[in-house]
Design a protein around this ligand. Structure first.
Ligand code: NAP
Length: 349
């Protein structure tokens, strides 16, 4: 079940849980569109007690002080939905889901695992689903993968009468990410260090990207029998200056991570994905996502994108009406219908 975007008289009341970069985007979008922010939570630290509008860079305070998520009350929240923009791991975020579900709120989560909790951790996904249903609310993970990785693949295969294989390749620019996340791509490491610190442990990106082809093949009706991932270094082939590390990286040094994923299915169709995240783009290079299908018919599509932070935050924001209208429990974006813009709501940007 999906809704049309609401008119302003039905403006959804929003809670933001995690007022970092993307939580602040939500505050700005809500302010622009006239959708009320009713409460903002964050973990303990310097943001607590500050005005959410000030943190988000609005021209005037919102009159909503950031509350400590561990000590605040959630009892009298008059809200429709909460946006959780804290971490990528559903196990870490679970206390937030519990608090918000118990307060009767639908939840949109920006964490990478939240797109497809069943693929990330089936047992925890079941708990999230049960708890959301018990409280009559919906849980959806969304962000930039909604359109550019999930729906694009579903649309591209929509006119196929046979599917042999899918291939996905992407190059994501991590330049605007925080330093820990950029270092989590292995940038600046030699190959041996990369293997020890990035390939072997889960790290920042481990097992996130494999959820994309796993989700897509599941959404296309296939039964996935295996989904493997390996993380390999992207190596510089000429000397490159790395602003964040403030040094030149010699040829052979790691300038990012390539995650290689292979999916097999009961029905025989396969999916392969090569997903690169790196901060060092060549002159003129643009972040892009490529999908191809081998089948009847075969086809391919490439999306090029210039403002990914806006795109991922806006994906959460534009999904709000769909998630409020959806049935209780975990609802994957692949089940919500294609996302619609919010350009006709509220004032001009
Ligand atoms: N779905 C997607 O496609 C997609 C795309 C991009 C990013 N993401 C993910 O979105 C998440 C948010 O990104 P961001 O750039 O906004 O990060 P950020 O700027 O670090 O903001 C995270 C905010 O959440 C707070 N926080 C962290 N852990 C918390 C916890 N356990 N409980 C309560 N508050 C907590 C942080 O508090 P402090 O002030 O104390 O740090 C900070 O205010 C990240 O996991 C990121 O990887 C997802």
């Amino acid at each position: 079940m999906t809704s049309n975007m609401p008119c302003s008289s039905l403006a959804p009341r929003i809670v933001v849980y995690g007022i970092g970069k993307y939580g602040q985007y939500i505050v700005r979008f809500a302010h622009q569109k006239g959708w009320p922010i009713v409460a903002v939570y964050n973990r303990a630290g310097e943001k607590i007690g500050k005005d959410a509008g000030d943190l988000a860079g609005l021209a005037a305070p919102l009159g909503i002080a950031v509350q400590d998520c561990d000590t605040a009350s959630y009892d009298k929240l008059e809200a429709d939905i909460a946006i959780v923009a804290t971490t990528d791991r559903i196990a870490v975020n679970f206390p937030a889901y519990q608090r918000l579900f118990c307060a009767g709120l639908n939840v949109i989560c920006h964490g990478g695992e939240a797109y497809f909790p069943q693929g990330a951790d089936p047992e925890l996904a079941q708990r999230i689903d049960d708890l959301a249903k018990q409280h009559g609310v919906t849980f959806t993970g969304t962000g930039i993968w909604d359109i550019s990785r999930t729906w694009i693949a579903m649309l591209m295969t929509g006119n196929c009468t046979e599917i042999k294989s899918l291939f996905h390749r992407s190059v994501t620019n991590s330049e605007g990410f925080d330093k820990a996340t950029v270092l989590g791509t292995g940038t600046g490491m030699d190959v041996a260090t990369f293997v020890e610190k990035i390939s072997k442990p889960l790290g920042v990106y481990g097992h996130l990207y494999k959820l994309v082809p796993h989700h897509v093949m599941t959404a296309l009706g296939y039964t996935v029998t295996s989904c493997t991932e390996r993380r390999e270094p992207v190596l510089a082939d000429h000397p490159v200056w790395c602003q964040m590390l403030n040094r030149e990286l010699a040829p052979g040094t790691c300038i990012g991570t390539r995650t290689v994923i292979e999916v097999t299915t009961c029905e025989g169709a396969t999916a392969t994905a090569h997903m690169e995240v790196r901060p060092l783009f060549h002159e003129g290079e643009v972040e892009h996502m490529f999908w191809s299908v081998e089948g009847m018919p075969s086809s391919s599509i490439t999306i090029e994108r210039k403002d990914s932070p806006h795109a991922t935050a806006a994906s959460m924001f534009n999904r709000i009406p769909d998630v409020i209208a959806a049935p209780p429990g975990i609802q994957l974006v692949s089940k919500l219908g294609i996302m619609r813009h919010s350009a006709l709501i509220g004032g001009a940007p």
